[in-house]
Design a binder for this molecule. Structure first.
Ligand SMILES: *Cc1c(COP(=O)(O)O)cnc(C)c1O
Length: 310
């Protein structure tokens, strides 16, 4: 799947409250690349999988939570590329009842049916997953492997994300993306021209992101807007869920509640408050993540909140 170039279409977004504004909003539909290796996860894995192949590695090891877009993308991409994948998953308790977990958790189920081997570890062990001793242990257990970090961000991932933009995007004034580990925005920053402004919308609280992004980039035409994380990673309120459902109804574009939903909420809010220059063209990167809606809806169901419609 990585021997093909993907240039995804830009779709103009027509939303009721944008009717009387003087900006154009466009969405790059990276979510359409693949159901599971979708959006930025395709971009981030591409050169890592090619590198693993070049080094003749038979196994990829990576990390993630039980609903991780990165875990499922790595499993499916590995399966399609004939590389064995091992997922180190946060939450040792999941191992106690794996059959039940696989029945209820679509993310892990898809990873499992794509032959990913799981190792479930405690949250404490997970925090130390980058220690040399932890990696050495994995090497003893699994032999030689190619390591892809949590969230998939490294310099090869950034290189892949530089391919999100194409020549037709030159006319765009603002490029917006959701931010997790910062790899995607780093690629966009490197690929943008010097008149374009890149705005990242972190899906989590914290200040560490700036340094991560600086590590992979040279330009300073970018900023982070930290006003729209809704309290932190995976946190939400009814207003966000209602927005995602209304957005889908009006535009036919589905958004995920962890990343793209929060970003779009933020962008629409900023447009109605005239935060963008008059006449601007704004391009939003749809980074995918739609596979996570199923697991999220189970959480909403327990709290008796309206579900995200798919
Ligand atoms: C992983 C992910 C992100 C975050 O990308 P980073 O490169 O880690 O910043 C954004 N959106 C979606 C849908 C994702 O799955």
């Amino acid at each position: 799947m990585f021997d093909k170039e993907f240039i995804t279409e830009n779709q103009q977004v027509f939303l009721e409250e944008l009717k009387n504004t003087d900006v154009e909003l466009w969405m790059k539909r990276e979510d359409k690349i693949h159901q599971y290796v979708s959006g930025n996860k395709f971009r981030k894995l591409k050169y890592n999988i090619l590198e693993a192949k070049r080094l003749q590695k038979k196994t990829i090891v990576t990390f993630g939570g039980a609903y991780s877009n990165h875990i499922v993308a790595t499993a499916v991409a590995g399966n399609l590329s004939n590389i064995k994948t091992i997922g180190i998953i946060r939450g040792q308790e999941l191992a106690d009842n794996l059959n039940k977990v696989l029945k209820e958790n679509k993310t892990l189920h898809v990873a499992y049916t794509n032959r990913m081997q799981f190792e479930f570890i405690t949250r404490e062990a997970y925090r130390n997953k980058n220690d040399a001793s932890f990696i050495d242990n994995l090497k003893e257990k699994y032999g030689d492997f190619y390591l892809v970090p949590e969230g998939g961000t490294n310099s090869l991932a950034v290189k892949g994300c530089e391919e999100i933009l194409s020549t037709e995007d030159q006319k765009i004034d603002y490029i917006c993306t959701a931010v997790g580990t910062g790899g995607t925005i780093a690629g966009l920053i490197n690929a943008a021209n010097k008149n374009q402004k890149i705005i990242g919308f972190p899906a989590l609280k914290g200040d560490f992101l700036k340094n991560e992004i600086v590590k992979f980039t040279k330009s300073n035409c970018w900023s982070l807007n930290t006003d729209y994380h809704f309290g932190g990673y995976g946190k939400f309120n009814k207003e966000l869920i209602n927005f995602i459902n209304r957005f889908k109804l009006e535009t036919e574009i589905p958004l995920d509640p962890i990343y793209t939903g929060k970003m779009l909420y933020g962008i629409v809010d900023m447009i109605t408050k005239n935060k963008f220059e008059k006449g601007s063209k704004i391009l939003v990167i749809h980074t995918g993540g739609l596979q996570g809606i199923d697991g999220f809806n189970k959480k909403l169901q327990k709290k008796n909140i309206d579900l995200i419609k798919v």
